[in-house]
Design a protein around this ligand. Structure first.
Ligand SMILES: Cc1cc2nc3c(=O)[nH]c(=O)nc-3n(C[C@H](O)[C@H](O)[C@H](O)COP(=O)(O)O)c2cc1C
Ligand SMILES: [Mn+2]
Length: 468
């Protein structure tokens, strides 16, 4: 899969695409259709007739494991944990991107610079009534480069449309683009950026993934695809952008300039604060796009939508990778439910091999880079329980977990988006570690109730005779 068009074609082939030909307003109507569709776990939507525009808009591209499987190049029936397994495996290798000439890059079919830049020419949706405006960047990612090392980063940071050539950008502290921006600030230079809308959806997953600092998301995408991502140099920025991108917005961010941004209906299902906040913005100097470009957005908002599925896959995989890197034996699988947006709750299945092993896994999870930021509840279960099988997890919580013995509360770094904390005190959170395993060190373990296998076999042979 090379681009968004391949993905749309693949979804159509698989019966997972719905084209909407009736006119739909970009102002709330489009996002609300997408949101209701995502809540029903519906198909990928292609809005072909957006009011005031010729450009179609795609939404709901990642809402189900089926869609994510297509993106990951896995069998359609794969579950999230299986997709994460592939992510963890392939994430160990890197295939750097391959440069192509502008002549071979469809994203250069149209080049708009200077005064001609007008972001209002694109059908940028407004998502929720209390949002501060229209959001250019939801299913997009921002490409930046470290001015010292040349490390290239892809990150998905929401981008609000301000006027014809300015968009707000929210780099939360410590995110990779934020780290880079601080370096440009020290050099007293603006940071060149490119925002990519519409591409091989794997690249969007990469933008939303917590790949380690200094690693380039293009290299990991190459490894998962088994083929280098084709990139071309921006027109006005020295950054690699996907050659087959639908729309590339090029510009710069001055660390010392701010405009009022937000609010935006977050993936927690709440607004992150009250009203607007001063934030950095992109001054747009150039737009390049394919002929008949396709715009792409996602609804965010309350769970479960596209965004939650994306984060369950990418954040969950990162947690698993980082546990792997700690070389703790016995970790069977990891599941970070989309209902918790892949980041507030983690369930880990393990084979216990020594006393205290389960405690080690619990504390390790919150000591990873991923788990040390925002993760609030970690549950470990024995290897006979699949972490994605929630009824089995509830079984372990009911019959193996003992509050007197096997829960610990810690404190740590919170995400400022967590609505369970007061709006002005969101830097520190509690973390609940729950051991729902049978203690390894018990000499006498509970005796399980099992059926007699011979009797079971006999009954199976008589099953239809018994009138079932
Ligand atoms: C739809 C969507 C919107 C997001 N918006 C933001 C945002 O506004 N700011 C932010 O820092 N992270 C946001 N994230 C999370 C980041 O994409 C994620 O943390 C990613 O790891 C950032 O890339 P980085 O690790 O290279 O910094 C968003 C994710 C998604 C899927
Ligand atoms: Mn990164």
């Amino acid at each position: 899969m090379k681009d968004l068009r391949d993905y749309i074609a693949k979804c159509e082939e698989e019966g997972l695409l719905h084209r909407i030909k009736a006119e739909v307003d970009w102002d709330l109507e489009l996002s609300h259709i997408a949101k209701l569709n995502e809540e029903k776990k519906g198909p990928v939507l292609l809005f072909e007739n957006v009011k005031d525009y010729d450009t179609p808009v795609m939404t709901s591209a990642c809402t189900t494991p089926e869609k994510l499987s297509l993106i990951m190049g896995m069998p359609r029936e794969s579950n999230l944990t299986q997709l994460m397994e592939k992510w963890v495996e392939k994430g160990k290798e890197k295939i750097p991107p391959e440069w192509v000439d502008s002549a071979d890059a469809p994203c250069k079919e149209n080049i708009i610079t200077g005064d001609d830049v007008d972001l209002f020419k694109f059908p940028v949706p407004k998502f929720y009534p209390l949002d501060g405006g229209r959001f250019w960047g939801t299913s997009h990612f921002v490409v930046t480069k470290d001015p010292e090392t040349g490390w290239v980063n892809l990150g998905t940071y929401r981008a609000q449309l301000f006027d014809k050539n300015h968009v707000g950008i929210q780099f939360i502290k410590g995110k990779h683009a934020d780290i880079m921006l601080k370096k440009y600030q020290a050099l007293k230079k603006p940071m060149p950026v490119a925002s990519i809308v519409g591409c091989d959806p794997l690249l969007f997953l990469m933008g939303a993934a917590r790949i380690s600092a200094f690693d380039c998301e293009y290299d990991i995408a190459g490894s998962i695809r088994g083929e280098a991502v084709k990139v071309v140099k921006g027109e006005t920025v020295d950054l690699p952008v996907p050659a087959t991108a639908e729309i590339v917005m090029e510009g710069e961010v001055d660390a010392e300039k701010f405009m009022d941004e937000g609010p935006f209906g977050e993936y927690t299902g709440y607004y992150s604060g009250v009203g607007t906040d001063p934030r950095n913005f992109i001054k747009v100097n150039c737009i390049t796009h394919r002929n008949n470009p396709i715009f792409w957005g996602t609804t965010v908002g309350r769970a479960v939508t596209d965004t939650h599925m994306t984060m369950a896959l990418t954040y969950g995989s990162t947690l698993w990778q980082q546990l792997d890197a700690m070389k703790i034996p016995g970790i069977k699988s990891v599941y970070c439910p989309p209902e918790g947006s892949g980041r507030f709750l983690a369930i880990i299945s393990m084979k216990q091999m020594y006393p205290g092993h389960a405690d080690q896994v619990l504390t390790a999870a919150i000591s990873t880079e991923m788990g040390a930021y925002g993760l609030k509840t970690v549950i470990v279960v024995d290897e006979d329980i699949d972490p994605w099988d929630i009824s089995r997890v509830l079984y372990a919580l009911s019959f193996r977990f003992q509050p007197n013995r096997s829960q610990v509360i810690k404190r740590g770094r919170s995400t400022p988006l967590d609505p369970s904390l007061p709006i002005n005190a969101r830097w520190i959170t509690g973390r609940l570690l729950i051991d729902a395993t049978i203690p390894y060190d018990w000499d006498e373990k509970p005796i399980p109730v099992v059926l007699d296998p011979d009797v079971v076999k006999k009954i199976e042979a008589r099953w239809s005779e018994l009138g079932f």
